[in-house]
Design a protein around this ligand. Structure first.
Ligand code: GLU
Length: 212
């Protein structure tokens, strides 16, 4: 049976933690898996971070920029580069892709929400894999989703997805950040969704990503 599947990948998985350069084998595997899912008649959407991280690597920056304006500028460099890489790999497998950049305002306003909904439906009907990121270059703090985990959940709801997979460099949900708290407990099933707020973490996943 055909399903609508949203997959989110974060900067920490897409890039090498120290150098900030692209993790090419990870991207190649992701591209193969998503194309395979698509060829089995599923509707597939990728939510990909990486614009800021890839932009930093492209510009030779050794630290994630501090100001919003700098991050916006660096994201403009990285987003194009990121899509170029995805398009090169997906083209090897004859899989069309599409870039969709969203801000929170696009999903809060009814008319813009419906526009986004219609565009996704058309793209999925055309057999393309939409690759979604926050439109970092124009998103200021007031317009931000926060992180791509939240964005992917909103996109999953927008496209009425049956599945949302978050690919991260941490193997599951923990009661605290397992890299900082050695006795952090894995959480297998969240029965009470309100409790999730208590395990939210402020720490970054890597030097380049937001940590989600
Ligand atoms: N939109 C940001 C980027 O592409 C990432 C946000 C996140 O990692 O959650 O760099």
């Amino acid at each position: 049976m055909s399903e609508t599947i949203v997959v989110k990948i974060g900067t920490s998985s897409l890039t090498h933690p120290e150098r900030g350069t692209l993790a090419l084998s990870t991207i190649a595997t992701l591209v193969e898996v998503l194309t395979d899912l698509r060829q089995r008649e599923n509707r597939v959407i990728l939510v990909s971070s990486g614009a800021v991280g890839v932009g930093c690597a492209r510009l030779g920056l050794t630290n994630r920029p501090r100001t919003i304006a700098q991050r916006q500028a660096v994201a403009a460099v990285g987003q194009g580069r990121l899509m170029r890489v995805y398009d090169d790999w997906f083209t090897q497998l004859q899989q069309p892709i599409a870039q969709v950049l969203l801000t929170r305002g696009d999903l809060e306003d009814r008319e813009r929400y419906l526009n986004a909904y219609n565009t996704f439906q058309e793209l999925l009907d055309l057999g393309a894999i939409p690759i979604v990121n926050e439109n970092d270059t124009v998103a200021t703090d007031e317009l931000k989703f926060g992180d791509n985990d939240s964005l992917s959940a909103l996109v999953a709801s927008l496209v009425e997805a049956s599945w949302l997979f978050l690919l991260t460099d941490v193997d599951r949900l923990y009661s605290a950040d397992p890299r900082l708290v050695p006795d952090a407990q894995p959480i297998i099933l969240v029965k009470d969704l309100d409790r999730l707020a208590e395990v939210e973490t402020e720490t970054k996943g890597s030097q380049w990503g937001t940590g989600g």
